[in-house]
Design a protein around this ligand. Structure first.
Ligand code: ZN
Length: 205
């Protein structure tokens, strides 16, 4: 069972957890920590909530570190809109809150704003200043709004029965058609025959 977040937000402890889980304490993960911390207060203890993240970068790991919602347990959805925003919502009703950094509230925090708006290259960033501004600003830079998730997004729909793909001979949800999605052309892998051909061509050069 994943631990529930503790209050007040243990920022220094969170930095250590972020380094272990994410590989390093990325600025997005640190800002994300404050975002989760703010959103979570909307829910009384005992209410089961789920999460939606509007970017696949950094922010999902803040949710996975600080809440019981993970990709694997199905309680965290990523809808890649490219916006640095997250929502927590009641799993039964779909109502909840959305939290995101407000660009106007970032104005007094020059290094933080430069990072958020990508005004500086990584090389030009002053990481110590950035981290101290993230910590000092905390939730001050965040905006919160009520949201209602569409029923077709928050309701869990069963995948239905499984079938055996006649091409790859692996199992897959029958509802996606025949053959499986990978064999319909959705596979992310280069075909093995193409790899062999490339190796042969290179060997002849
Ligand atoms: Zn297949």
């Amino acid at each position: 069972m994943k631990k529930e977040p503790s209050f007040p937000f243990p920022f220094d402890e969170y930095i250590k957890d972020a380094e272990t889980f994410h590989g390093f304490a990325a600025p997005g993960l640190l800002v994300g920590g404050f975002m989760v911390n703010k959103a979570i207060r909307h829910f009384p203890a005992g209410v089961l909530y789920e999460a939606l993240c509007e970017t696949s970068k950094c922010l999902p790991d803040a949710i996975q570190l600080l809440t019981p919602c993970t990709i694997g347990n199905g309680r965290l959805r990523i809808v890649s809109l490219g916006r640095f925003a997250l929502s927590l919502f009641n799993k039964d009703t779909g109502s909840g809150v959305r939290v995101f950094p407000d660009p106007i509230k970032l104005d007094p925090w020059l290094e933080l704003k430069a990072w958020y708006m990508k005004l500086k290259t990584k090389h030009e960033q002053d990481l110590n200043l950035l981290f101290s501004q993230i910590k000092q600003a905390g939730e001050e830079i965040l905006k919160q709004q009520p949201i209602q998730i569409k029923p077709e997004v928050y309701r869990k729909i069963s995948r239905g029965p499984m079938a055996l793909c006649p091409v790859c001979m692996e199992t897959y949800p029958a509802a996606t058609g025949i053959p499986c999605l990978a064999c319909q052309g959705e596979s992310p892998y280069v075909a093995w025959a193409d790899i062999c051909l490339e190796i042969k061509i290179k060997a002849k050069c």
